[in-house]
Ligand binder design. Structure first.
Ligand SMILES: [Zn+2]
Length: 321
């Protein structure tokens, strides 16, 4: 037995040294719409999702940051949802501001938007202060950064005056579209359907990670340290293990947002002003007049898009990002 273990250990060490490139890439994991993604999520389901997400992240020794919408605390289960935020901090994760009510700067006057964001760290700020910390990161809902230069710069000035840095996005996998049909299938007791959707999600995630790596090389000649947008969803609670395997296959090491943001790419200006909620590779692409390889961009399966739209048809907007 001992010899067998030793041999396996040596083989594993060899495999590790061969498969890892000289410079492994890095990725920061960011989860939006805390305490829990999904309008229909019950207290019990939210608690289960939080437990699964944090348990899986810790098992893989992953750090992450969660971006909070405190409007979710304005319910009868305020205490339970506040406890979910505490659990993120207790698990060693960071929390950031995602505005109070998931508003868009593109259709909200600047003063109202600022008031909403300022209100957004009431509870979270206190939880952090109790640990000698403060909120430092802001994530734009819908990735919408302002319809005019005046609004964009006005808000950026407010952010920096209040100690916030912008958390950009340079990798994403449309997880918000896969979660509603997944949660719906589980709710209906359709375990086979849920399993199928989860597999589609994992396959799509693998394709999306591959595309963002290629897009970074096409645009900047190298792979940057990525900032991966995910949501605190039931689907992700059940998929962190699969995500970990995809990241490992891609030699992507999970690092903190602070660490990923040390990449010099994030010093490039974001000049985009307009209606689109673009991720940052697209913003840089437009500024550089250099296209991203959209010809090989993976599409979300039509069945997922249709099901997701159908499940959210009665709400004006999905909390996409
Ligand atoms: Zn969001």
């Amino acid at each position: 037995m001992r010899i067998r273990f030793a041999a396996i250990g040596a083989l594993a060490a060899l495999a590790l040294s061969v498969s890892l490139p000289a410079q492994a890439g890095e990725v920061a994991l960011t989860f939006d719409d805390l305490p829990v993604f999904g309008k229909a999520s019950s207290t019990k389901q939210g608690e289960e999702t939080t437990k699964k997400l944090l348990g899986s992240l810790r098992r893989h020794h992953f750090v992450a940051i969660g971006f909070v919408n405190e409007i979710q605390l304005a319910r009868a289960d305020r205490q339970a949802r506040t406890d979910m935020l505490k659990q993120w901090l207790d698990a060693g994760m960071e929390l950031g501001n995602h505005s109070y009510s998931h508003v868009s700067l593109n259709d909200t006057p600047l003063a109202d938007y600022i008031a909403d964001v300022a209100r957004g760290d009431d509870v979270t700020g206190k939880l952090l202060a109790a640990r000698g910390r403060a909120e430092r990161w802001y994530r734009y809902p819908y990735l919408e950064t302002g319809p005019t230069l005046a609004a964009k710069q006005g808000f950026e000035q407010w952010l920096s005056a209040h100690g916030y840095r912008i958390a950009p996005v340079t990798m994403e996998n449309s997880d918000w579209q896969f979660d509603p049909p997944y949660a719906d299938a589980l709710k209906r007791g359709d375990r086979r359907g849920a399993k199928r959707i989860r597999q589609q999600y994992i396959d799509y995630t693998a394709a999306a990670v591959d595309w963002y790596r290629k897009a970074s090389v096409a645009l900047l000649g190298r792979e940057i340290d990525f900032v991966f947008l995910l949501h605190a969803s039931r689907l992700n609670g059940d998929s962190i293990g699969a995500l970990a395997r995809i990241l490992a296959r891609n030699d992507l090491k999970v690092v903190s947002l602070d660490k990923a943001m040390q990449d010099s790419a994030y010093k490039m200006p974001d000049d985009y002003v307009g209606p689109d909620g673009n991720e940052w590779l697209e913003r840089w692409s437009q500024a550089m007049h250099k296209p991203l390889p959209y010809g090989i961009f993976p599409n979300v399966p039509q069945s997922i898009v249709t099901a997701s739209d159908r499940l959210d048809h009665d709400t004006p907007r999905m909390p996409t990002n």
